[in-house]
Design a protein around this ligand. Structure first.
Ligand SMILES: Cc1cc2nc3c(=O)[nH]c(=O)nc-3n(C[C@H](O)[C@H](O)[C@H](O)COP(=O)(O)OP(=O)(O)OC[C@H]3O[C@@H](n4cnc5c(N)ncnc54)[C@H](O)[C@@H]3O)c2cc1C
Length: 447
């Protein structure tokens, strides 16, 4: 096939967001009875699922303290549920298991989930929480837990399989996905801010609309689009945090315990929900009895046949480098710099053993292959979904995004001139206007 000289809709990135947007754009053209071929083109420097979407743990949840995030997740969970088979989606539910310091926050999440009709159960009090957890796992032994939010919807999906399923949906509707084409710049003409063509290392593609779904590489597109490297954030009537860097990277630490995935089935032999435990109980090493931390810690985990074991992660850590100095490529487990550490393995397996007796003494089964990867975060760690220079939509999910299967679709509707209320709280100008999302007591920057 020849390299296209033009496309009406040019999507950059064959990850969850770019492909979701392309799929919806094609659907919209079909609904209008118009042809798709040659009009919607996705370009990726590498391949389908080559970025963060291809290495994500795959957790799909609603549990967010920020109402706008929760509404958006409810929308996305609906999209996952629309075709579980193609999306390799397992609707097993999700549990947020928390200490007293998070009780009030999680109670609020539960109340607001009820208001939006999102099915969940809330258990309060130490004894009731232990009883609830032991009905599922008789060896449950976590200390200091005083609330359990059990979301009946959500669960997880198999990372690469779901992205390939999404790509197939888009291609079946006539979308062209061009892999091995790296975007190197944008062409603007006649003093207009709008992008008229996208330059790649294989040729230039003229276009009417551009959607950037570049995951951690958003930093580079932001620069190519001449957008500001720092922002002023309004925090009071006349008070600003000045010159806050637009991007910073965090390292996501994940790993696999190579035990049969069945090890984590419930006592009834059922698939458990994805489990997320935050705790302020002292975390003691399961290897040598030493104290790992007395600070708040958190882990998530699930049995996973795709990873062939119990897979999960812990709180990420900040990459202490200026964002411009961070080497994103080679990405994920291929990176010599950003892979999960021995310290992570020690902490995560010890935390599993803190929660379930069945994981005591399992450290030797930790899979030592490189895993994890980096994410590019905004100043407040929440997404920016916005239009710039008239015809460029940027989907910068601040690493919240594998679960956000519905976001690309909403962006596509905006490209088709239908503003989306669900995206409004995520505009770039919220920093200047001081319209920030509330923050919680969770140890994770994404809750
Ligand atoms: C280890 C890890 C675990 C995670 N787990 C979860 C989870 O359980 N649940 C969850 O919701 N989120 C999770 N996330 C976050 C989630 O994976 C990301 O937020 C999401 O996948 C980003 O999707 P994307 O489509 O924006 O980007 P990506 O999937 O990164 O896709 C971007 C694409 O752009 C391409 N590209 C980059 N530069 C160029 C260029 N110059 N020209 C052409 N193409 C280019 C890349 O090759 C890539 O394929 C996790 C992230 C990591 C790192």
């Amino acid at each position: 096939m020849t390299f296209p000289a033009q496309a009406e809709f040019l999507v950059i990135g064959a990850g969850i967001h770019g492909l979701s947007a392309a799929w919806r754009l094609a659907e919209r053209l079909h609904e209008r009875g118009e042809p798709v071929e040659g009009r919607v083109v996705v370009v990726d420097k590498d391949g389908i699922a080559a970025g963060a979407s291809g290495i994500a743990c795959g957790v799909v949840r609603n549990n967010y303290f920020q109402p706008a995030m929760r509404r958006l997740m409810a929308h996305s969970v609906g999209v996952w549920e629309s075709d579980p088979e193609t999306f390799a989606y397992h609707p097993v539910g999700y549990m947020q298991i928390s200490p007293e310091a998070m009780h009030a926050d999680v109670a609020q999440i539960y109340r607001e989930q009820r208001e939006i009709g999102y099915d969940s159960v809330f258990i309060e009090g130490g004894q009731d929480c232990t009883r609830y957890m032991r009905r599922m796992f008789s060896d449950w032994q976590a200390q200091g837990i005083t609330s359990v939010l059990h979301e009946k919807r959500g669960g997880y999906a198999n990372n690469t399989k779901s992205i390939y399923g999404l790509a197939k949906k888009a291609e079946d509707l006539g979308v062209r996905i061009l892999t091995g084409a790296r975007v190197t710049g944008f062409v603007r003409e006649h003093g207009s801010p709008a992008v008229r063509a996208v330059e790649t290392d294989r040729g230039t593609i003229r276009c009417d609309h551009v959607i950037v779904g570049a995951g951690p590489w958003v930093r580079d597109f932001w620069t190519m689009l001449d957008l500001p490297k720092a922002v002023d954030i309004k925090v009071g009537e006349n008070e600003f945090h000045r010159d806050v860097p637009m991007w910073r990277f965090w390292q996501l630490e994940e790993g696999v315990l190579q035990v049969p995935p069945e090890t984590l089935l419930t006592d009834d032999g059922e698939m458990p929900p994805v489990l997320h435990v935050d705790s302020d109980a002292p975390l003691i090493s399961d290897v040598d009895g030493s104290l790992i931390t007395e600070e708040m810690w958190g882990i998530y985990y699930k049995p996973d046949w795709h990873f062939n074991g119990v897979q999960g992660g812990a709180s990420p850590y900040k990459v202490e480098k200026d964002a411009d100095a961070v080497e994103i490529d080679p990405y994920g487990p291929a990176s010599p710099e950003f892979v999960s550490s021995d310290k992570f393995a020690h902490m995560w397996v010890s935390a599993l053993a803190h929660c379930h007796k069945r994981f005591e003494g399992t450290m030797p089964k930790y899979h030592r292959e490189p895993s994890g990867g980096i994410g590019c975060f905004t100043p407040d760690s929440f997404p920016v979904f916005d239009r710039f220079h008239e015809n460029v939509w940027v989907i910068a999910d601040s690493n919240h995004g594998y679960k956000m299967l519905g976001v690309g679709r909403l962006v596509a509707d905006e490209v088709m001139s239908e503003p989306q209320e669900l995206l409004e709280p995520f505009r770039f100008d919220r920093y200047a206007r001081g319209e920030l999302h509330p923050t919680s007591h969770s140890p994770f920057p994404w809750s």
